[in-house]
Design a protein around this ligand. Sequence first.
Ligand SMILES: Nc1nc2c(ncn2[C@@H]2O[C@H](COP(=O)(O)OP(=O)(O)OP(=O)(O)O)[C@@H](O)[C@H]2O)c(=O)[nH]1
Ligand SMILES: [Mg+2]
Ligand SMILES: [Zn+2]
Length: 317
Amino acid sequence: MISEKYGKVIKGLGGLFSVRVKEESGEVNIYNCRAKGSLHKDEEKLLVGDNVVITIDTETPDSIVISEISERKNALIRPPMANLDYLFIVFAAKRPNPVLEVVDKLIAIAIHNNITPVAVITKQDLSGSLAEEYEALYRSVGIDTFVTSSENGEGVSELKKYINERIKDGVTAAFAGASGVGKSTLMNALFRGLQLSTNEISKRIERGRHTTRHVEIFDVRGNEGGEGHLADTPGFSLVDFARFDFFELDDLISTFPDITPYAKGCAYSDCSHVGEGAEECAVARAAKEGKIRESRLQSYRSIYIILKEKKKISKKT
Ligand SMILES: Nc1nc2c(ncn2[C@@H]2O[C@H](COP(=O)(O)OP(=O)(O)OP(=O)(O)O)[C@@H](O)[C@H]2O)c(=O)[nH]1
Ligand SMILES: [Mg+2]
Ligand SMILES: [Zn+2]
């Protein structure tokens, strides 16, 4: 007999996928399977977070295959996941120092893909003042922001409360950010019993590798509602960010909620708002008056240049 079940890909390694299935009894089972032959060409494209149909032949129970992929809400290259609802953008107060342009890129990508971005600052114990500075910066952008330390427990219960309230009933979320910022350590602090492996930064440089090597979704469960899905993901290095989830230049302005209102009020009809000294540009004026943070405008400008270059190239070809 052939039976079909509906589930979610929670891990994928070398063509072998783990699919989480909530059985009719309410019990959760994990099935390890490959993609069906006809899906083979898509095998590479199967992502953690994909909702799939698996087909089980009861005669040969070993041959469980993924036979269908449901339509996606969204899909990212970095982190490589599908159907995200929340993206926790994790960066350290220091060690490593954050690259705000990367943080801002991730925020823009999340917003563009209808994913709620959340800023999570780690290692508050290393510099409380820097942590506060970044907190104020991202609060001013209008993004939910948390300051945490897995070392002294600062902010961990607040973040856990937020996760319990939001990441439930099938909602999917991921921790993403540079390598070594403490994503796995924080997941362990939030959810006792997870025991993800973590590593000192000095050791990882010696060995030249990242600690978390694959995306994996874990069930999280608050006091009420059904399980939510939360993924730990491999940290990226800055070089990785060359391959990026670009979008169209015209969509850029709507991914910067702190700049959008001023752009709308700009007197120039087709202003790009990137001119340094343009007196009449409402964005430049707001920045001068301190209403837009300098680092944010810098990120906007630099993404603008990247997307404009891409547009030029695609027009040529
Ligand atoms: N002082 C301090 N160190 C921390 C904190 N959180 C994590 N660390 C340390 O930072 C290092 C990196 O932590 P990981 O959790 O492995 O970092 P990661 O973001 O998961 O890294 P990748 O898996 O490579 O992406 C470890 O040595 C942790 O002990 C913190 O809040 N304070
Ligand atoms: Mg990790
Ligand atoms: Zn302008």
